[in-house]
Design a protein around this ligand. Sequence first.
Ligand code: ADP
Ligand code: ADP
Length: 236
Amino acid sequence: MTILLANDLVKLYGDEGEAGATRALEDVSLSMNKGEFLAIMGPSGSGKTTLLNLLSGIDKPTSGEVIISGKEISNMSGDELALFRRRQLGFVFQEFNLLDSLTVKENIMVPMILEKKSAFYMEEKALEMMNLFGINDIANKYPYQISGGQQQRVAVSRALVNEPDIILADEPTGNLDSKSSATILKCFEKIVTEFQTTILVVTHDVFAASYCNKVTFIKDGRIHSHIEKKGTRKEF
Ligand code: ADP
Ligand code: ADP
């Protein structure tokens, strides 16, 4: 089943022909099936952030379309898109983006509160996520009281509670040491295996990419190459 489809995306910043106009993306097409774990890699300025912004609906393409779970998101109205993002997309960022005044458990509950889930459901779901990622012992701590690795596991839990079709992660290991990075990447592997969630990671980190099934390289706003991994990763 196709979860994400990007067709011939072009993104132009500024007006064509005008001095300073930038063609940030040129005919970028991508397709992801359910349960795929893809890394997008490329040098600085190659268009990774632009692509992620188009895939998540934060920005509109100059031409081309983005289809997620059969819905064309590039034409959605603001309200429609906000609802779609809340229900079908999960986001993980480099900076964790947790709310400082809420505990770990409350942070995880935020997306469910917005969906008006029952207190019982939220409690059960938060507990399930915290158990899955080994953070149940810090349920009542605040973000400043826990490590970066733990904060990112809270962010991954929060991204998952509404059972999104796809998780979009922007440099999820960018602020983590190698041990915490490995922990987060193993969490992603677990999500792919247990829930068949589709995950797209934009990263500079070759170590992070080694956990993915596929890697797409972009360069100067164009798809440069794809590699697909056969078999499982072998750790030494
Ligand atoms: P990456 O995330 O791979 O570093 P970006 O998507 O940020 O790449 O940038 C791709 C190109 O588009 C770069 O040349 C960058 O300077 C340009 N660019 C990005 N955002 C804007 C913007 N808001 N306005 C004008 N140019 C931009
Ligand atoms: P992990 O590898 O799981 O991210 P660490 O090994 O970095 O965790 O941290 C181990 C313990 O030290 C954590 O349980 C956490 O409570 C505490 N700790 C680490 N960093 C911080 C921090 N910046 N502030 C508060 N506590 C921290």
